[in-house]
Design a protein around this ligand. Sequence first.
Ligand code: MN
Length: 255
Amino acid sequence: MSEPRTTALRLVDYHCHLDLYPDHLALIAECQRLGVATLAVTTTPKAFARNRQMASTSPAVRVALGLHPQLVAEREAEIDLFEQLLPQTRFVGEVGLDAGPRHYASFVAQERVFVRVLRSCAAAGGKIISIHSVRAAGKVLDCLEQHLPPSRGIPVLHWFTGSATEARRAAAMGCYFSVNVEMLTAPHHKRTIQALPVNRIVTETDGPFIQLNRKPIRPIDVGGCIDRLAEIVGLSSEATAKKLIANLATLESQI
Ligand code: MN
């Protein structure tokens, strides 16, 4: 069991890069004050210690240890530091694979890193892992199947844009999904979201990489997902908001 979050939680932002905003510390305080349960992902293991220190008195904010696939080309060697730091946290991310044209050149190295991440998480047990899978949903699921037995860790597929068939495969493997406003507004992603079991869904901003009114989205803006998600899953907005908090509690009770 991870330490309970003491604030009354209203919203869930399960993938946000708090350390990429100029007012990082103010954002942590805002998440705590407003009850936004936030998973603060990092992109390099070198950023982990400072992120954790800054959020140490804000239990609404969890800090995850990451090594972003888009940085693997330059930072593959930091997997050693990742493995050293892993015993210090139950939360891992952002990790994963990116087969988009800008990052495909490093795909083999990305796979080496991701397999090491999954194997070390499997060996440790009890980790929640926020996973990037751009143009690589099938490959990410293959890696999970081979290297992370379901009892050894819980994958949360972030901004999952695989097919409805891949979504059902992931759900059958025990994955959770963090969905954001871009996914909820793109008509071609609606079928994928409809294929997800509603009790495996949490929300995310992926801030600051998503813009809202021409400004980087902030964790509190994650509330804007609820009405759209409610419509897709066929629940009221109130029931959807409650469901998200219940899903978070169930997810975190497993580690
Ligand atoms: Mn991200």
